[in-house]
Design a protein around this ligand. Structure first.
Ligand code: ATP
Length: 270
């Protein structure tokens, strides 16, 4: 069960330069997660405790997982990912024990980053309707709070949690000593989108006519994950015609394709 519910990577090999348009966010994450692992004496000298946990919130596909992996790589820490929704949907009846296990594992594999994705699934507002499902979720949540309270902020395990729905989180999770750094991961603006496009096309064979700024301008509202899909689609268009250079036209067609698929997946009014 353990192996199924978590992803464990020794050092994920993601560098900060693979993340576009999030410089301010990265500064904050470095200060609150990386430095406590790599240079704990900085905090000791001042006599302050590093944050015990960091919560990132923002739309899907904006780079939350990427950031957590990059910090783990930079700090030479083991990256352990656990999904809140898996905990409550796939492993019914085992949530509390699995939370306990994963914290134990994080200590064994330290220095480590424990990334709790979709924490709203366990850490949503506690329900009081007495159904078994929610009682189970509550138990999982209480275990999570207990683990966080027993946590040594100066130790070499750091927790990063992520959610797309901060509005659903139980305020208990946001109390001091738990997630005392809360960081918004914004949807990329035009400049950020251009940076992300540059990153994803870095190794690609681009024709001179490629205007990434123009594509950035056309893609208002799209996430980094969406832009990654467009770049990959553009590459597939080249492959299909057995070409070796990517043309602006490939990007435009890929853009059309991705946008029309998005419209199918999220019909107006959703
Ligand atoms: P979710 O909330 O759905 O779990 P997330 O915020 O964790 O999403 P990631 O898994 O980090 O999103 O991003 C998915 C993919 O999108 C990344 O692997 C990367 O290819 C691309 N991506 C997202 N944001 C960025 C970014 N800021 N810079 C570069 N690539 C990005």
């Amino acid at each position: 069960v353990r192996a199924q519910m978590m992803e464990l990577i020794d050092s994920p090999g993601i560098d900060y330069d693979m993340i576009g348009g999030l410089d301010d966010v990265l500064k904050e994450v470095i200060e609150s997660v990386e430095l406590p692992l790599t240079e704990p004496e900085l905090f000791e000298n001042i006599g302050i405790e590093p944050p015990s946990g960091v919560l990132m919130y923002g739309s899907p596909g904006t780079g939350k997982t990427l950031i957590a992996k990059a910090v783990a790589s930079r700090a030479h820490a083991t990256f352990i990912r656990m999904s809140g929704s898996d905990l409550v949907q796939k492993f019914i009846g085992e949530g509390a024990r699995l939370v306990k296990d994963v914290f134990q594992l994080a200590r064994e594999k330290s220095p480590s980053i424990l990334f709790i994705d979709e924490i709203d699934a366990v850490g949503g507002m506690r329900t009081h309707d007495g159904t078994t499902g929610s009682a189970e979720v509550n138990r999982t949540m209480l275990q999570l709070l207990a683990e966080m309270d027993g946590f040594d902020p100066s130790g070499n395990v750091k927790i990063i949690a992520a959610t797309n729905r901060i509005d659903l989180l139980d305020p208990a999770l946001l109390r001091p000593g738990r997630f005392d750094r809360i960081i918004e991961i914004p949807i990329p603006d035009e400049k950020a989108r251009e940076e992300i496009l540059k990153i994803h096309t870095r190794k690609m064979n681009l024709e001179k006519d490629i205007d990434l700024a123009k594509i950035a301008n056309m893609t208002d509202g799209l996430s980094g994950a969406d832009l990654n899909v467009i770049v990959k689609e553009a590459g597939m268009f080249v492959l299909r015609r057995r070409g070796d250079m990517i043309k602006m036209q490939d990007f435009l067609e890929a853009f059309e394709k991705v946008v029309s698929e998005e419209e199918v997946n999220t019909p107006a009014g959703m």
